[in-house]
Design a protein around this ligand. Sequence first.
Ligand SMILES: NC(=O)c1ccc[n+]([C@@H]2O[C@H](COP(=O)([O-])OP(=O)(O)OC[C@H]3O[C@@H](n4cnc5c(N)ncnc54)[C@H](OP(=O)(O)O)[C@@H]3O)[C@@H](O)[C@H]2O)c1
Length: 255
Amino acid sequence: MPNSPTSVLVVGATGGIGRLVVATAQQHGLDVRALVRDPGRAERLLPGAELVPGDLEKPDTLHTAVSGVGAVVFTHGGNGSPDAARRIDYGGVAAVLQALDGRTPRLTLMTSIGVSRRGAYGGSTGQLLDWKRRSERLVRASGAPYTIVRPGWFDAVGPGDHRLVLEQTDTGDGGIGRDQLAEVLVRSLLTDTAVNRTFELFAEAGPAPTDWTGLFGALAPDPAGGLDAAGDPATLPAVSEEPPTVQEDLARLAG
Ligand SMILES: NC(=O)c1ccc[n+]([C@@H]2O[C@H](COP(=O)([O-])OP(=O)(O)OC[C@H]3O[C@@H](n4cnc5c(N)ncnc54)[C@H](OP(=O)(O)O)[C@@H]3O)[C@@H](O)[C@H]2O)c1
């Protein structure tokens, strides 16, 4: 099992979830580096974080951000359009992994419920989810110890919904508080039983967790050497059916 990281790069650090991840990681004693496009704005949003300028659409700008870092949390996202999903949601993961150049820090990737429910969502939502599913495949192919969190609907929770529900098979539905999601993303970096697990995340009525090792440890690990999550349907596309850019990114990671 990998050692707990002492530093983390937050990708999407100025976003709604990223800001909470930065604060939560700081509370857990991690040195936090934030990838930011506008350092002036980020300085106000992210007190205490090391700000490193970079743009996920410009891979050459990412080398300083990933240099020497013990972990990476991905919370970035585009505007929801299929093109932005390809360029940013997926492309950002590809670009950071490429910048890592074979190094294998601990990774945590936030995607979404529904990524493996192909055909359940049409139009741009279906395409967005497909690009997020493909970004999961890159992380599994990277050789780094990882956790992939597929959150439910942000803040669709009631006042007593403190119990965290971690599911596999991607068939559930529900909400999760942004604070709860940030805590899970950071805890996944610090808890060895979270390694190589993929799960959907919801909250329901009940007490907040105290046993993080047990919470993550109850999950099945993803199949070793595979590209998909434990419990994903066998009907997901073969690599040869993915867009050429995905095939090339996967081949680069395998080489
Ligand atoms: N809403 C839901 O219920 C729900 C549920 C499950 C999953 N999700 C997913 O959660 C994500 C949204 O999370 P959020 O609300 O935290 O997002 P957000 O507030 O829109 O933040 C997006 C982050 O990505 C960064 N970013 C975008 N393009 C970039 C680029 N080219 N280079 C570097 N950084 C870039 C943004 O930086 P700037 O500040 O510089 O723009 C920002 O920090 C979406 O991908 C969505 O699909 C949402």
